[in-house]
Ligand binder design. Structure first.
Ligand code: GDP
Ligand code: ZN
Length: 313
């Protein structure tokens, strides 16, 4: 009798009861199903296996596979739940970076949305890069706002901002370079030009962005299936159509400021520990807000998130 040799691969797509896996960075898809017993585990999430998961599967004679094990996740993000049920849906796991596509206007990406998004990425320990998209629309009249934006997110918070335009095909060289050898997730509010940008990164993907209109047709009560796409220039990406935001991990109130990099830098020197950076004397965070190294904008976002955290307790 032949002995079966188990193989390791990454889940790249999930449709119904089937999972497509590939031994990344190779792109050779194997259709798998879950071994019955495995299905019972992980009942806290609506999907026991997510895109990006590394799994062990037993190859079958017909070329398919049976998944027997899900390996521990390096990280994962969940979708903000739309109802009150505590069930979480894992969007993707084992991400190397997240690209947050934003526009200053047409449409306006609210800064509070950006702050929440970045906090979530910090909490999940996933590096975030801001793509300031539709750069062709950032005319002279936006120069003050643009300067403020850079000062807040690059100078003070330390994030990498890259100006892009799917329309102009800018700056695809840099973006492609950053995607090489990595699994990247693209996110952003609807209308910021995310699909156009992804399509200009790799025109071969344009067929697949049809999935997006499909999503809108389905309405909000159906499950969206996320998938990993290979980029012809190297690396793998996941698009997140229709995402309003990520679900926050449960965290202690005191932890929140750790997810603002510019606060993390100074908070060890606050006189009181823990410090909520609201009313305590000798607070280095408040000092930094006063001298401008932490911007008022980010501090206000912090306060409003802190307040909302309290409300849910
Ligand atoms: P998504 O909802 O984020 O996927 O956005 P789409 O890619 O569907 O683009 C939304 C709208 O913005 C479309 O009308 C695009 O033509 C337009 N758009 C996309 N990229 C750019 C850009 O770089 N500059 C300008 N001016 N418009 C763009
Ligand atoms: Zn403090």
């Amino acid at each position: 009798m032949e002995t079966k040799i188990s193989k390791e691969a990454t889940v790249v797509k999930h449709t119904g009861s089937q999972y497509l896996v590939s031994d990344l960075p190779n792109w050779e898809l194997v259709t798998c199903v879950l071994r019955g017993k495995l299905r019972l585990k992980g009942s806290k999430t609506t999907n026991p296996i997510a895109v990006g998961d590394k799994v062990i599967y037993d190859p079958q004679e017909d070329g398919s596979g049976v998944i027997t094990e899900v390996l521990p996740r390096k990280n994962y993000i969940i979708r903000k739940s739309t109802n009150l049920s505590r069930q979480a849906h894992i969007i993707a796991s084992n991400l190397d970076q997240v690209f947050l596509v934003v526009t200053l206007d047409f449409p306006e990406t609210k800064l509070e949305f950006i702050d929440r998004f970045l906090v979530t990425c910090e909490a999940y320990k996933i590096p975030a890069v801001i793509l300031l998209n539709k750069r062709d629309l950032i005319t002279q009249e936006y120069s003050a706002f643009k300067e403020f934006f850079y000062n807040t997110y690059a100078v003070s918070a330390g994030y990498n901002i890259i100006e892009t335009s799917g329309l102009e095909g800018y700056d695809l060289t840099q973006l492609k370079e950053m995607c090489k050898g990595k699994l990247s997730l693209f996110s952003g509010i609807s209308g910021v030009g995310k699909s156009s940008l992804i399509n200009s990164l790799d025109p071969a993907l344009s067929l697949k962005t049809g999935d997006i209109s499909q999503y809108h047709k389905q309405g909000k009560h159906t499950t969206t299936y996320y998938q990993i796409h290979p980029l012809s220039s190297g690396g793998f990406i996941i698009d997140t159509p229709g995402i309003k935001g990520f679900g926050l991990l449960e965290m202690q109130k005191e932890e929140l400021s750790h997810y603002f990099p510019e606060m993390l830098k100074v908070l060890d020197n606050c006189r009181f520990a823990p410090c909520t950076h609201t009313h305590e004397p000798g607070c280095r965070v408040k000092e930094a807000v006063e001298n401008g190294t932490i911007t008022e904008q980010r501090y206000q976002s912090y306060l409003s998130m802190l307040e909302q955290e309290e409300k849910y307790r």
